[in-house]
Design a protein around this ligand. Structure first.
Ligand SMILES: Cc1ncc(COP(=O)(O)O)c(C=O)c1O
Length: 456
């Protein structure tokens, strides 16, 4: 209860006095601190007691639906465990890694941590954009051959955080397109920024959902997509596991250039590509004038908890007025970020040395084998299966069924957590995603349970 015993006088416009202003006052408690008895039930005064402050909630947060997908899954898993305390639940759900970080990389981080306890090895704030030698290493491993330079690489505490910082860079006036289905962070961060209108039952108004279904090889029909300022595009895709071909990415780049749009290309899983598909959007001619790319050590080296990623902003990418996006992203990074952890950056440097790079490859191969096991199992059981070849995700079709129902069925009958496809966008309905980031024994056990329930 905010108000004291000495009742302040009603402000002009109090709903108790003027019913026409009532709706405005209900969301604006500061306007009237009076305790006048409401003449009508919707009087603002009755609403005021709910809060402990007079601060209005960010109305964009209020537009978000039912919390973020993964906390919702965690809640349902917790409930199932409470109801079945003996159940040994296996997670093929959230895409979190399970395998230890390889030895040469942990050694480098250990040395960096020990160094922090010595005068010689101590380091305080570093460059917000990352250690120059790490920017150089990322660039020479992944981008230099496509004409990019180390200053165009910004080291960060991960791709998800960079997507948030990119949204701050863009501001709320941008229009946005996303693959449907896709990693929920693009949509939810756009909603939080105020780029969208409310939820309409299946998606948010004012976002272009670029439908990606098996019929179109999980690539959007761009002839049906309206121009937007920003296009979020993830390849290999989370959740479908589809990796775009060179022809598809060429079409995307041409589409963006024709429309004067910026592609935010999420390449967090590009190390999982096994064939000749592009590892980076910058393999496509003209991409430097229309694309930003984000990458991450999370799924390459088990850095989900360590936190290290990067974003490449080419200097050739320019706004309509000719200003470079690079200069603005540099300003954002130096203003609201203070650089990635010194220890994580030492680990990142080790990842890109010959030994660490080889170890990283072995880690990726381990998860890829899990993906193959899952993919084959679902196929043998007669399901339509996508992904799992160039990605750590297997996308399984349950036509005509709601994904949350399938999720619940697999949880209650097999004690396995998956991810319901509809959580990734309206076009994910009828699918569930199985993640290959589990321990091998768990994956093998999960496979046996699935066969027992769904096998022929
Ligand atoms: C497509 C995609 N991008 C980015 C991330 C987050 O990466 P990071 O751990 O670097 O924040 C994830 C994590 O699951 C992801 O699936």
């Amino acid at each position: 209860m905010l108000l004291g015993t000495n009742m302040p006088a009603a402000l002009p416009g109090c709903a108790g006095l003027d019913a026409r202003r009532a709706p405005q006052l209900m969301t604006s408690p500061r306007r009237c601190p009076c305790r006048a008895q409401p003449r009508r039930p919707q009087c603002a005064v009755t609403q005021e007691v709910a809060g402990t402050t007079q601060v209005r909630r960010n109305e964009n947060i209020g537009k978000l639906q039912a919390g973020y997908l993964f906390p919702e899954i965690a809640k349902r898993r917790r409930l199932h465990q409470e109801q079945n305390p003996d159940a040994k639940i296996i997670s093929l759900g959230i895409g979190d890694t399970t395998q230890p970080i390889p030895p040469s990389i942990t050694r480098a981080m250990r040395d960096a941590a020990e160094g922090m306890g010595t005068i010689e090895g101590y380091s305080g704030y570093g460059a917000e954009q990352g250690r120059p030698e790490l920017r150089e290493s990322i660039c020479s491993r992944y981008y230099a051959m496509h004409g990019l330079q180390a200053e165009e690489v910004f080291v960060s505490d991960g791709s998800k955080c960079d997507i948030g910082r990119l949204q701050v860079l863009f501001g709320q006036q941008m229009s946005v397109a996303v693959q449907d289905p896709s990693y929920p962070v693009y949509v939810d961060s756009s909603v939080i920024m105020g780029m969208t209108d409310g939820f309409n039952g299946s998606g948010y108004d004012n976002i272009q959902y670029m439908v990606c279904r098996p019929e179109t090889d999980f690539f959007p029909d761009l002839s049906k997509v309206k121009r937007t300022d920003i296009i979020f595009f993830c390849s290999p895709n989370n959740p479908t596991g589809a990796a775009a071909t060179r022809e598809q990415l060429t079409e995307l780049v041409q589409f963006a250039r024709k429309n004067g749009s910026i592609i935010v290309y999420d390449a967090a899983y590009s190390a999982y590509i096994s064939d000749e598909r592009p590892r980076t959007i910058f393999e496509i001619p003209g991409a430097q004038e229309c694309a930003i790319e984000t990458g991450s050590f999370s799924k390459y080296a088990g850095f989900t908890g360590v936190r290290l990623g990067w974003t490449v902003v080419p200097k050739a990418l320019k706004y309509a007025d000719g200003a470079t996006v690079h200069a603005d992203f540099n300003r954002i990074s130096t203003t609201i970020f203070n650089g990635a952890s010194v220890i994580a950056q030492a680990g990142g440097l080790a990842c890109l040395q010959p030994e660490g790079y080889r170890e990283m490859g072995q880690l990726v191969d381990y998860y890829k084998e899990n993906a193959t096991i899952l993919r084959q199992t679902f196929k043998e059981m007669g399901f339509t299966v996508h992904g799992g070849e160039n990605a750590p995700y297997v996308w399984v079709g349950f036509p005509g069924r709601e994904s949350w129902d399938v999720f619940s069925e697999i949880l209650t009958q097999c004690n396995i957590v998956t991810t319901p496809g509809s959580g990734f966008g309206p076009a994910g309905e009828g699918f569930v995603r199985a993640s290959a980031f589990g321990q091998r024994d768990d994956v093998l056990e999960a496979v046996e349970r699935l066969k027992a329930k769904y096998g022929k």
